[in-house]
Design a protein around this ligand. Structure first.
Ligand SMILES: Cc1cc2nc3c(=O)[nH]c(=O)nc-3n(C[C@H](O)[C@H](O)[C@H](O)COP(=O)(O)O)c2cc1C
Length: 214
């Protein structure tokens, strides 16, 4: 009996360490410095002429944190506001090697699906060339909705508004990092949700392509 318990414990331990191995650790975000706000605003723009050059892990960390990280961790509050503080938005980070969900609590990327899924982020040609696509997804369960048929147009509109704040954070962080980006409504939302096996309570709102200028 003792041996059996030990076996169960050991297999649980190895499964959880395997799962951990599938998350992508991010360095601490750089919360000071960067471009002064007024200069970042002056440089914010949409560009579509991407090279395939990868971002550094530090840049990825800074962008995720700026977009939707905790800036008051003790209160679980974030860099962007959300209506009634429901924080239903989820940040999916689609890289060449897999699609991840940004985990603000641990400031890491949790693997959702392995492989290059960038083509599911949009059909404009640059989408699969750029190294990073953010996809902003509303998890309506977090907004208090329990059934897909109960998702109201008002809630969808609210999630779009919440996404606008996050996307602008991303724009400004890209300007600060010397990166280019473009936010996009042109994404096959159902195809993306299917590729990542998201639940019917997940609603894709916007995508955001990020990378270096050619
Ligand atoms: C809600 C929204 C959806 C957008 N969708 C797309 C898109 O699907 N594809 C694209 O190339 N640009 C898209 N854009 C970027 C706009 O074309 C761009 O912001 C606009 O031309 C103004 O340029 P600027 O961002 O450089 O000021 C979108 C912008 C917003 C705010």
């Amino acid at each position: 009996m003792k041996n059996q318990l030990l076996l169960v414990f050991l297999s649980f331990f190895s499964i959880s360490s395997m799962l951990n191995a599938q998350s992508l650790e991010l360095p601490e975000p750089e919360k000071t410095g960067g471009l002064p706000l007024m200069e970042a605003l002056n440089q914010r723009s949409s560009s579509r002429d991407f090279s395939s050059e990868e971002l550094t892990r530090q840049q990825l960390s800074n962008l995720c944190w700026a977009a939707w990280g905790y800036n008051r961790k003790e209160f679980k509050k974030r860099t962007a506001p959300s209506s009634m503080n429901k924080q239903e938005m989820e940040l999916y980070v689609v890289l060449k090697n897999g699609a991840y969900l940004y985990n603000a609590e641990k400031h890491q990327l949790d693997l959702i699906k392995k492989g290059d899924l960038r083509s599911y982020c949009g059909s404009q040609d640059f989408v699969s060339i750029a190294p990073v696509n953010f996809v902003y997804v509303a998890n309506m369960k977090k907004a208090g909705v329990n059934k897909p048929e109960e998702i109201s147009p008002a809630q969808i509109a609210t999630s779009h508004a919440n996404t606008g704040f996050i996307a602008q954070n991303t724009y400004l962080a890209c300007a600060s990092e010397g990166l280019i980006c473009v936010v996009r409504a042109w994404i096959d939302k159902e195809a993306f949700a299917k590729a990542l096996e998201l639940s019917p309570l997940h609603k894709v709102i916007l995508a955001h392509t990020i990378g270096h200028a050619k």
